[in-house]
Write a protein that binds this ligand. Structure first.
Ligand SMILES: NC(=O)CC[C@H](N)C(=O)O
Length: 389
């Protein structure tokens, strides 16, 4: 009988540059085949359980400073395309997968995952036992790692991973926020009808995903995106009908200037609608005097159940965060509106009697289920009310 030859032994495979090495800060080593950009990526290694949406995940600036391991087994089969880009800013540092699809088949595809990663400078590694890796991260927690296509020096990579700055305390927003303001006017891909612009919102860009802007446009809202350092007085002078606080990378507690600015924003007007998404939600809570903490391995996936505490309905949500809000640190005046049913952490809250709220998950669902579209509908209704005054 012929011995089975694993795909990893086929050195002629054009999908790969050659061998690749993934070394965790605790010394665990995974060997695979490298694709995408050549080089070495250092970052916090996290796993994401979404079944689809690899392009949106890798191009989400919330992943800046992180290497993402996808638990879905076959990756790359629908290629990549410009419409599904979540940002052109720095995002994931590296991508770890089990199997890189030998076939790219989709009518929207303009580039293979390999070429697209190479163009973005993202180092990829395939043929990794992602199940063993994920179990390790679940047990030990997310940790720093080095991923390389250029060296076989395990100890040097381990030392680099161990010496890299940890996610706790890291400000990564300055690297991904827009340098200049711009206005977004494109609806979702495939949107049937786009309502006329009925109101205008300003979005603080902490690493914004385009699908947030598309979903707002679908609701008749035109959004002006501004740098994270924009003074509150400048935002208010533009007389927006609402303010969106975007998602983004790093530790929210490290953003002291932003927190101080948001405190000023919340205090400035009782009537201005404010909606925070993920990092924006965390920053809102910090501005209200609350605290955040680091989760062991975070929530990264497309099937996390969240309960709306007002009507007890459950939404399956898209999530991507490593930090969470400590509900006990928030005083009176804020009410828990959404609860994560996986671990009962805070998934959303609202200021009593005010149009100010935030959610820890991703209602823009890129990738993910659209269960939470109604959050954009609710914010848009408040914004339109404000515009009508
Ligand atoms: N998606 C996000 O906005 C992530 C928020 C934050 N960086 C965290 O990891 O918790």
């Amino acid at each position: 009988m012929r011995a089975a030859v694993s795909r990893a032994d086929n050195h002629q495979d054009p999908r790969y540059h050659g061998s690749g090495l993934l070394v965790l800060a605790d010394g665990r080593v995974f060997r695979g085949r490298s694709f995408g950009a050549r080089g070495t990526a250092i970052g916090e290694l996290v796993f994401n359980t979404s079944l689809y949406g690899y392009q949106e995940i890798v191009s989400d600036p919330s992943y800046a400073g992180q290497i993402v391991c996808l638990t879905a087994v076959e990756i790359g089969n629908v290629g990549t395309n410009p419409d599904d880009e979540e940002s052109d800013k720095p995002a994931a540092e590296g991508l770890v997968i089990r199997s890189l699809s030998p076939v790219v088949s989709n009518h929207r595809s303009t580039a293979s995952l390999h070429d697209w990663l190479a163009g973005r400078g993202v180092v990829g590694i395939a043929e990794i036992d992602t199940r063993a890796l994920t179990r390790h991260l679940r047990e030990q927690g997310a940790m720093m790692a080095a991923l390389s296509s250029e060296t076989d020096d395990v100890e040097a990579l381990r030392a680099r991973a161990a010496a890299a700055p940890p996610m706790l305390g890291r400000n990564l927003v300055d690297a991904v926020t827009t340098p200049a303001r711009y206005t977004w006017d494109t609806p979702s891909w495939g949107a049937r009808a786009t309502p006329p612009v009925a109101a205008r919102v300003i979005a603080y860009d902490f690493g914004i995903k385009r699908n947030i802007l598309r979903k707002l446009r679908d609701q008749g809202i035109e959004t002006t995106v501004v740098p994270a350092s924009t003074p509150v007085a400048e935002v208010l002078a533009a007389r927006p009908d609402g303010v969106l606080l975007s998602n983004g990378p790093g530790d929210p507690a490290a953003l002291e200037h932003v927190i101080a600015a948001l405190r000023e924003l919340v205090d400035a007007s009782e009537r201005l609608p404010i909606f925070g998404i993920c990092l924006g939600h965390q920053l809102l809570c910090l501005a209200l005097g609350g605290q955040t903490y680091k989760l062991k391995f975070g929530h990264h996936g497309g099937n996390h159940p969240v309960r709306d505490e007002r009507d007890r309905s459950i939404a399956i949500t898209s999530q991507n965060h490593g930090f969470a809000v400590d509900i006990d640190s928030l005083g009176a005046g804020a009410t828990l509106t959404h609860l994560n049913l996986f671990d009962r952490t805070v998934a959303g809250l609202e200021l009593d009697g005010r149009p100010v709220s935030g959610v820890q998950y991703h209602p823009e669902a890129a990738p993910g289920p659209n269960d939470s579209d109604r959050l954009f509908e609710r914010f848009a209704a408040k914004v339109r009310d404000h515009a009508a005054r």
